[in-house]
Design a protein. Structure first.
Length: 330
């Protein structure tokens, strides 16, 4: 008789990197269930010990923490259900408590294995590994310039190119650093672009990593995506693309939608992380110094307001000409 691995797994990455699409794909699997984003696991780890059974009072405190979390309401499980799940546990450890909650979410669908898709857990991989030593992590990485375009539209991490570039870089390098410590048995890094262009091959690779059989239904995730997206995401059209199959038009949007100045600023702040994951810079070779200029002067507004007080007239004029020429690059 074949024995399957029912240990949990986590999908992580920066926001707007394709983690939702992968969640919907894997939810089509007959054995896998990934509920909506949790967000509360790090707070539980901050509040309770992970290496001993919880006291009855700690279980009650854990209930309050989860039930009052704004993201819990999206799980569509009542607080009474949550309390019933927790009170049925006998001196659980924190990992057992969390496991019971996720299994309760999965069991009505007859699915024995649960996962979590909360992008910000890319910064919690090593702590989650302590909590669930056999858990597996799938790190989705998308071209940072496309992430920048997408995040700039929602404003979750500021609207400046610098803020988004720093956010993306930190997310990418944090996940890779943790993955280097865990090794290939527990960590898999995939590119969003490959998931779009080579969907079936990538899903087979992911299933193999998880120790699961590949099922063709995973490719048809978009047929059931509407019921998987939370109301606020629908209202704001956050994940409108998951209602259809992946398309080549979903990648490399930056090539037509991002100005050269914004490209230069992004690559000035995120270039090192791009190099780490093999994303080819636009400004390479002789053009590579241009992002450094963009980072230094921060555009014509800074030139007009600030350079007068810190640079000699001749240098200011030459720098103005350089930036003017740079901004006109097509």
């Amino acid at each position: 008789m074949e024995v399957f691995d029912n240990t949990p797994f986590f999908i992580v990455g920066s926001d707007r990197s394709g983690t939702t699409m992968l969640r919907l794909m894997l939810n089509m699997h007959s054995r896998l269930r990934i509920p909506r984003e949790s967000w509360f696991i790090p707070e539980l780890m901050d509040s309770f010990s992970i290496d001993r059974p919880l006291t009855p009072q700690e279980v009650k405190d854990a209930f309050q923490l989860i039930a009052n979390h704004r993201r819990w309401q999206e799980w569509e499980i009542s607080n009474d259900e949550l309390m019933a799940v927790l009170t049925n546990l006998n001196q659980p450890t924190l990992s057992e408590l969390i496991d019971a909650i996720f299994r309760h979410c999965s069991n009505p669908l007859g699915k024995p294995r649960w996962g979590d898709k909360t992008p910000k857990y890319v910064h919690e991989v090593l702590r989650l590994h302590e909590l669930f030593p056999n858990a597996k992590f799938i790190h989705v990485i998308r071209d940072g310039r496309d992430v920048c375009l997408s995040l700039g539209g929602v404003g979750w991490y500021g609207h400046s190119i610098e803020d988004i570039a720093n956010y993306w870089s930190h997310s990418v390098t944090s996940g890779i650093s943790a993955g280097n410590e865990l090794g290939g048995k527990y960590y898999l890094q995939i590119n969003y672009e490959d998931l779009v262009l080579k969907t079936e091959a990538m899903l087979k690779n992911i299933c193999h990593f998880l120790g699961e059989h590949y099922e063709p239904e995973l490719n048809h995730f978009y047929l059931k995506s509407s019921g998987e997206i939370s109301p606020w995401e629908k209202e704001n059209s956050i994940h409108s693309k998951v209602s259809r199959p992946p398309s080549p038009s979903d990648i490399n949007r930056w090539k037509t939608a991002m100005s050269k100045v914004h490209l230069a600023i992004f690559e000035a702040y995120a270039g090192s992380a791009m190099d780490t994951v093999g994303q080819k810079r636009y400004f390479s070779g002789l053009l590579r110094p241009l992002p450094l200029i963009a980072r230094t002067v921060r555009g014509s507004t800074l030139i007009q307001k600030d350079l007068k007080s810190v640079l000699p007239l001749s240098i200011r004029d030459n720098l103005r000409k350089t930036i003017k020429s740079f901004s006109q690059i097509k």
